[in-house]
Design a protein around this ligand. Structure first.
Ligand SMILES: Nc1ncnc2c1ncn2[C@@H]1O[C@H](COP(=O)(O)OP(=O)(O)OP(=O)(O)O)[C@@H](O)[C@H]1O
Ligand SMILES: [Mg+2]
Length: 349
């Protein structure tokens, strides 16, 4: 099946009086890799299950080009699904698990064998084909689930936190594998995760959700560098979130004060006065004298991260500040740090 785009139009789902998903509008182009990102309970799985046809919509519609599909049962949509909990058939071998969907679709034997072999090769499980799920590691089971979904060469693959149970190394490996599968098979992928690094590294576009509502849709670069509000910023690694008051504005800049500090930053909330929130990424601070937005801090905790140190420090007022540096700092050191105004984002509270 080929299509141009998959479109969600005001897709909503409530459970009783709770709105798990509120009016999701999203157009996904064929071949695109879209990540749904947000904390636990924000509606990611709900959105994916609505797409898959496992959950009826309360409102809205879903379209493949000009065909409305939200009334169709899952099997008629034919989307591939990788569940977080794998959901493998325990009494079937790896090969039979991967081939199950092909059998259901009455794909010929030779053709099925060819496709299963190819899928097993892609997820590097060829030598485990005869094993049963209980004889596999979690990561191997996860790869069986992925092979089972992609072997059908579905028009759209939906993945719900498919790497959540893997160790750090395997997670990185499988992340690349998933991106490679997406590219080589020309898939359209909707990928659910709460891990912003995973979303940033995998997806062409990110959809950031909060309590069922979209906060921002954009490329990784856009969402990372230009979060639209302090919620998205905090999710994108802007670990320093300070409550401040706007005291002056000048063009695109706002000067803010609070708790003994005074900073000039990019006015992202079109603010003129009043309370605001400032977001600064730890890696945007620089240690040294004579910098913009200079702060005097006392180092408290130093974490080793290879080339860099991750430092927790405090201002004179006791307010915590987090920064990264390649300077060898130690607890108790007092240093000056600064940050360019364009890296200080000022949002409405
Ligand atoms: N069957 C259900 N009945 C009632 N409430 C539900 C049901 N399924 C989900 N919810 C609620 O809807 C909201 C969104 O749930 P959802 O599973 O989509 O979250 P999520 O973003 O996938 O979270 P997680 O990262 O923890 O998997 C939650 O508040 C959840 O409690
Ligand atoms: Mg979920």
């Amino acid at each position: 099946m080929t299509f141009g785009q998959l479109r969600l139009d005001g897709v909503s789902r409530s459970f009783g009086t709770a709105n798990a998903l509120r009016g999701l509008d999203l157009t996904i182009a064929r071949g695109e890799f879209v990540a749904l990102l947000g904390p636990s309970g924000c509606g990611k799985s709900t959105a994916l299950n609505c797409l898959a046809g496992l959950l009826p919509l309360t409102e809205g519609s879903i379209w493949l080009d000009d065909t409305r599909i939200d009334g169709r049962p899952p099997e008629q949509r034919g989307f591939g699904m990788v569940f977080q909990n794998y959901a493998l058939f325990p009494h079937m071998s790896v090969r039979a698990n991967v081939g199950f969907g092909l059998k259901m679709r009455k794909v010929g034997r030779a053709e099925a064998r060819r496709r299963i072999d190819e899928a097993l090769r892609l997820v590097q499980l060829t030598e485990h084909a005869a094993k049963f799920p209980a004889q596999l590691s979690g990561g191997q089971q996860q790869r069986v689930a992925i092979a089972r979904a992609v072997v059908l060469e579905p028009p759209v693959v939906l993945m719900d936190e498919p790497l959540s149970n893997l160790d750090a190394k395997l997670r990185l490996e499988m992340r690349m594998e998933i991106r490679r599968l997406h590219q080589t098979l020309g898939l359209t992928t909707v990928y659910v995760t709460h891990d912003q690094e995973e979303a940033l590294s995998l997806a062409d576009r990110l959809v950031v959700l909060r309590e069922g509502a979209v906060q921002q849709v954009g490329t990784p670069e856009e969402v990372y560098a230009q979060p639209v509000n302090s919620y998205v910023a905090s999710f994108m690694g802007y670990r320093n979130l300070l409550d401040v008051t706007v005291t002056a504005t000048a063009g695109p800049l706002a000067t803010v004060e609070g708790d003994g500090i005074r900073l000039t930053g990019a006015n992202r909330g079109a603010l003129t006065e009043g309370s605001a929130k400032v977001a600064i990424r730890p890696e945007d601070f620089v240690v040294g004298d004579g910098m913009e937005n200079a702060l005097d801090v006392t180092v408290e905790i130093v974490e080793y991260h290879g080339r860099e140190l991750s430092v927790s420090a405090r201002l004179g007022t006791g307010m915590p500040v987090y920064f990264r540096t390649d300077k060898r700092l130690a607890p108790g050191d007092t240093v000056k740090i600064g940050v360019p105004a364009e890296r200080v984002l000022v949002f409405a509270p």
